[in-house]
Design a protein around this ligand. Sequence first.
Ligand code: UTP
Length: 412
Amino acid sequence: MTGKMNYQEAHEKLAKYGQEHALKYYEELTGEQQELLLNQIADTDFSVLASVKDKKGSVTKGRITPLAAMQLSEIHAKEAEFRKLGIEAIRQGKVGAVLLAGGMGTRLGSDDPKGMYNIGITKDVYIFQRLIENLLDVVEEAGAWIPLYVMTSDKNHEATTRFLKEHDYFGYQSEYITFFMQEMAPACDYQGKVYLEEKWKLSTSPNGNGGWYSSMHKWGIAAKAMKDGVEWLNVFAVDNVLQRIADPCFVGAVIASGCVAGSKVVRKCAPDEKVGVMCLEDGKPSIVEYYELTEDLMNAKDSNGDPAYNFGVILNYLFRVADLEKIREKNLPLHIVEKKIPYLNESGDAVKPEKPNGYKFEQLVLDMIHELDSCLPFEVERNREFAPIKNATGVDSVESARALCRENGIEL
Ligand code: UTP
């Protein structure tokens, strides 16, 4: 095996970014470990670490104006028409689903991939199982399989693929499931110095859910999907156990609207609720995060006198593949996120911190929306479709999701 870089080249690359400490233990490593480290240095983009200095990443907002959502009353009135359109598209193989499961789920506190979490009480009900069962409802209704693409990361690929195989993909036909892995980014301390996870390994973190389409492309999966006739991709998070995937009504509504994308949204329960809301930014669809929402925007009213920024995104988007292709090469903004990062301390001992101790760097799927010409915000009932599991207890937790599952007649 020949390496991608020799010591000298690795040292030069690190020096460019002030990261030479990454070679601190080089002399004590075995030949194999040295090669692993040099290869990782060759593959890593250290330029992201420079953004720690201004702590802002590259996120700036333009002029925010309202974007009207399609609300429940209109959706109910046109439901039959939308469902028909959606089912037709699914039957023709035009709709695929993309499960974003590359995250670390650190807030939940389990070492396993989040989808392996068992929310059952009297029986096993795994998060992956809940999602697949929801998708199977549509497969049954349409009488057609929906290609399911699952994004994992270096940190959880093995465990995820093994688990799903062991459970026979919870009844999904395995030939319709394709796995691919996202990219990683270096994780660093508060000074922007990359951490070491092992003496031969830089600390890395999945680089956010925004790279899903470019990873699908790199793995040759986007090309295969297009060849198979997939025209729409419904991207969804692993943690919402009530979400409807490839929802025919949503798919139909987006197609009928002529928009190139759609986003499921819920009505906010309070003006200051901590969700990103759909809006226009410099005339293009966008999502403004709750911490970017000024007092003025929070209290702004639309022409009907209703709150103008009232619909929060739930990480369930439908994208037209042709338009994803157009934006594939675009650089999305970089978000800097404080995280607990396992690292080696001064004496070279491995530490698993209890509190955040540095930054990871992420691109986000919500930033893709702003690259597109149009996006339909599509309202769904919060209590029926939104039960995210972020934490073990409290808000958006296993407890709150269980209560919502029960409310919807799902046995746990
Ligand atoms: P979250 O924002 O909840 O992030 O992800 P997380 O990293 O998994 O969880 P915490 O913050 O450490 O607790 C929202 C969705 O995006 C996916 C997650 O798996 C989840 O479905 N995601 C997140 C990725 O696929 N890749 C990433 O790099 C980050």
